[in-house]
Design a binder for this molecule. Structure first.
Ligand SMILES: [Zn+2]
Length: 237
């Protein structure tokens, strides 16, 4: 009874499935971390928040500066109109200083207005990027939930396939396994192919009737003349 080729074919089917699942497993494992979109959204939100505190700080500085100029003007005016200062030189100096302070106050008011608009823009930007981050995070959570399920399923499948592989291996001789491993390395991971309608399923080369007959009756290996893989000839239905 042909048994060796059949066992190797069973092993081949398990290994092919294993290769597919392992590839997907590695992909899922890699995607399970944070997504690029989530990291980007978080970075944008942080940048907007940093900018907002910078703009608010600037606005505060300008308000303080304007307030101090206004206070100085108030004190000067008080002295000017108090009647206590009578020295003409001192009066003239005070008036000059007041003119300067008034110009300075106008400048500062312009700058303050600029800073207010900057802070307003930064507030809007911070709100928008925060909203975008919330959306990105929700999407990432959804994706992750699905991926997490797939990850668990893959781990389960891999464990089952590895157990099957172990069982099959117990019935395969070391020599056959060596040949199988060597052929897999040479032939893109596929060492054993099934014959269907008297043809190799991989390269579609016709298998001679004589080989088919003997493959069914003996336990020898027969090889495809096209791709040189071990042939597995299923029993006739
Ligand atoms: Zn072939």
């Amino acid at each position: 009874m042909p048994r060796r080729a059949k066992l190797l074919y069973t092993l081949q089917q398990i290994d092919t499935r294993l290769a597919v699942k392992q590839r997907r497993y590695r992909q899922v494992q890699a995607s399970l971390g944070e997504s690029e979109a989530l990291r980007r959204a978080r970075g944008a939100r942080q940048a907007a928040q940093d900018d907002l505190s910078r703009q608010r700080g600037m606005l505060r500085d300008r308000e303080l500066e304007a307030a101090s100029v206004t206070e100085k003007l108030r004190v000067n005016d008080e002295r000017l109109y108090s009647g206590r200062v009578t020295n003409p030189r001192e009066l003239s100096d005070l008036q000059k200083e007041n003119e300067y302070l008034k110009r300075r106050r106008t400048e500062l008011e312009d700058k303050q207005l600029e800073a207010m608009m900057g802070a307003e823009r930064a507030t809007t930007k911070a709100a928008v990027t925060n909203e975008e981050y919330i959306v990105a995070e929700a999407m990432w959570r959804d994706e992750n939930a699905e991926l997490g399920q797939e990850y668990d399923a893959l781990r389960h499948d891999l464990a089952r396939l590895l157990a099957q592989r172990k069982t099959v291996l117990e019935r395969i001789s070391a020599k056959d396994l060596d040949e199988y491993d060597a052929l897999r390395r040479l032939r893109k991971g596929v060492a054993v192919v099934a014959v269907r309608e008297d043809m190799c399923r991989v390269c579609n080369v016709q298998v001679p009737q004589r080989d088919l007959q003997r493959a069914r009756e003996t336990d020898d290996f027969f090889y495809c003349s096209g791709c040189e893989r071990i042939l597995y000839v299923p029993e006739e239905e």
